[in-house]
Design a protein around this ligand. Structure first.
Ligand code: NAP
Length: 246
């Protein structure tokens, strides 16, 4: 019997991350789901994955805190013995114009989105390197490529993730570890539900496919990048944006 594979998804309790965990589970992976909020329905999520016939470990950890991250990865390794695929998905926004942006809001977004990606990647690749295989997928954003008024902290974090991904891909390719990023456009999740209807309408006008994307449409590409079907792809940024950036 073929050995089961394991995926670790940061921020896997909601939105895109949850959908990613679901797609991997549907393809027979055991899943480690990271979250940070005390409001998370741990039992409900466990039940949902149990019913899919896969093992699911939920780990509370703030990805911006090195100690939390170390413990999370150790717990995952103790449970499953390995991590085949890492999806660095946890992310936040604290949008406002540069002139109004507090230092705290700038730092918080960089700490969770960019430093979090660094901390988790470092902790997980230690084990991937021993195994000489692995695939890492980082969540960037189209705004990390083209910028966006009101999101200088967020777009800086996402541009940083793109540079980080390419450097890691170069460092780890000789160990058979691939690293890629996805750059979603506007995807319907809690993160974008705060936008007003008029802002959403205005966004849709600018998207060639004339609609927001779904979490499933992002998750399927992330699954492809974690799988052997993408075995010759590393250091790339794949836009999933209905044609916004081309
Ligand atoms: P979301 O619905 O707001 O979910 C965010 C997830 O991140 C939640 O699971 C949350 O956990 C987790 N999280 C937040 N801070 C964390 C921390 N310090 N440590 C661990 N987990 C933390 O967001 P989303 O829309 O699914 O976005 C997922 C990723 O895609 C993000 O990196 C985002 O920047 C990126 N992205 C999204 C869009 C979009 O349009 N939605 C576009 C481009 C890129 P809790 O449930 O515990 O709070």
């Amino acid at each position: 019997m073929e050995e089961r594979k394991v995926v670790l998804v940061t921020g896997g309790s909601r939105g895109i991350g949850k959908e990613v965990a679901e797609v991997y589970a549907e393809n027979g992976y055991d899943v480690v789901i990271n979250y940070v909020s005390d409001k998370t329905d741990i039992e409900g999520i466990k039940k949902e994955f149990f019913e899919k016939g896969v093992k699911c470990l939920l780990v509370k950890a703030d990805v911006s805190k090195a100690e939390d991250v170390e413990k999370m990865v150790e717990e995952a390794i103790a449970e499953f013995g390995k991590i085949d695929v890492l999806v660095n998905n946890a992310g936040i926004t604290r949008d406002t114009l540069l002139m109004r942006m507090s230092e705290e809001d700038f730092d918080k977004v960089i700490e969770i989105n960019l430093k979090g990606t660094y901390l988790v990647t470092k902790a997980v690749t230690k084990y991937m390197m021993k195994k000489r295989s692995g695939s890492i997928i980082n969540l960037a954003s189209v705004v990390g490529v083209v910028g966006n008024a009101g999101q200088c902290n967020y777009s800086a974090s996402k541009a940083g993730i793109i540079g980080f991904t390419k450097s890691v891909a170069k460092e780890l390719a000789s160990r058979n570890i691939r690293a890629n990023a996805v750059a979603p456009g506007f995807i319907a999740t809690d993160m974008t539900s705060v936008l007003s209807d008029s802002v959403k309408e205005n966004i849709n006008v600018q998207i060639p496919l004339k609609r927001m994307g779904t979490a499933r449409e992002v998750a399927e590409v992330i699954y492809f990048l974690g799988s052997e079907k993408s075995s010759y792809i590393t250091g790339q940024v794949i836009n999933i944006d209905g044609g916004m950036v081309m």
